[in-house]
Design a protein around this ligand. Structure first.
Ligand code: HEC
Ligand code: HEC
Length: 274
């Protein structure tokens, strides 16, 4: 006689509940999704299995994917599809289109850079929380402080500039990152050149991310980027465990709070009154 364990029972109840909701919503084609399979049980918790990937290949795929569905999808799809090839199921069935929402810092709001958003989600798919956080901290700091993009595509899709203009983002925010590149390059935020820049940046992020995850995987991870000195000083008075503790964050503080950073329109002679 088959013995139903408590866990097995709960999973069965869960699957039935999901199936019922699915049928309630659209009535058709929902049951296939929730049919419990032995494989499905194996992958119902994170992290999923990882195998070392070739960073340059992931970068190529990220650039290609960017051209299809933008930045967040670019990085996320590249990692998942590369793992689908190396590991197989369940990466083979992951609907990576989930990541399209990150385009333009979440549907054009220019908040978190989509490439960084996709990278963080991919990291959480393959590493446990503690290791993932280390990778994300390192990746984000590298992104803030590095002159990018470096990636050179075999066939440029949007614009073929040589040399390609670079900039330091000084921020993980799409808005700041893009505008600082526009300032450095002279190109507009809605130009083909800017799209090319973000495509190449997406490839750079995918490459760096793969190198970092590979290094955690083989035990050679050593963080190289820390927050810059001035930001650390600000945090010393304003962030966690400080006297004032009236803010939180790791972004470059002075990019917004000093005159070298964000411009204040009241300081600009001749700026239209708004
Ligand atoms: C030695 C401690 C110290 C450091 C370091 C420091 N601050 Fe402050 N900060 C203060 C104090 C104290 C105030 C409140 C002063 C006031 O209201 O006149 C303040 C006020 C501010 C305010 C305005 C907040 C308000 O209540 O009006 C901002 C914004 C700010 N700091 C940002 C920064 C940034 C950015 C840095 C790093 C570039 C930084 N601070 C470094 C102590 C510090
Ligand atoms: C992307 C821009 C940006 C970055 C980066 C940033 N801030 Fe702010 N910060 C703001 C804005 C906008 C406010 C809201 C208050 C305002 O409008 O003056 C604010 C508010 C504050 C306040 C409270 C000000 C007040 O009037 O009470 C403090 C303190 C502060 N930030 C410190 C920091 C520190 C420290 C960092 C770095 C860890 C940092 N900020 C990074 C934009 C930024």
């Amino acid at each position: 006689m088959a013995v139903i364990t408590r866990r097995g029972f709960l999973e069965m109840v869960g699957a039935l509940a999901v199936a019922a909701v699915g049928l309630g919503c659209s009535g058709r084609n929902q049951t296939a999704m929730v049919t419990p399979t032995p494989k499905g049980e194996m992958f119902s918790s994170l992290p999923w299995p990882y195998k070392k990937l070739d960073p340059d290949k992931v970068a190529d795929l990220a650039y290609e994917s960017y051209m299809k569905h933008h930045c967040m999808y670019g990085v996320f799809n590249a990692v998942v599809k590369s793992l689908a090839e190396k590991v197989g199921y369940p990466y083979t069935v992951f609907p990576t289109e989930l990541a399209i929402y990150g385009k333009g810092g979440v549907v054009g709001w220019a908040t978190l850079c989509g490439a960084l958003n996709g990278a963080a989600m991919a990291t959480y798919l393959v590493l446990p929380e503690k290791e993932a956080d280390k990778v994300i901290n390192e990746l984000y700091a590298w992104y803030e402080y590095s002159e990018l993009p470096n990636y050179i595509p075999k066939k440029p899709v949007k614009a073929d500039l040589n040399p390609f203009p670079k900039s330091v983002a000084n921020s993980p925010l799409c808005h700041v990152s893009v505008s600082n590149w526009c300032k450095a390059s002279g190109y507009k935020a809605f130009s083909a050149e800017r799209a090319e820049r973000c495509g190449r940046l997406t490839a750079d992020v995918a490459k760096k991310l793969t190198e970092l995850i590979n290094s955690v995987y083989d035990g050679s991870f050593v963080p190289k980027y820390s927050l810059d000195k001035r930001t650390m000083t600000c945090r010393g008075c304003h962030c966690k465990e400080s006297a004032l503790q009236n803010t939180r964050g790791k972004m470059v503080c002075w990019e917004c709070h000093t005159k070298e950073g964000a411009k204040h329109i009241e300081d600009l002679e001749g700026h239209p009154k708004v």
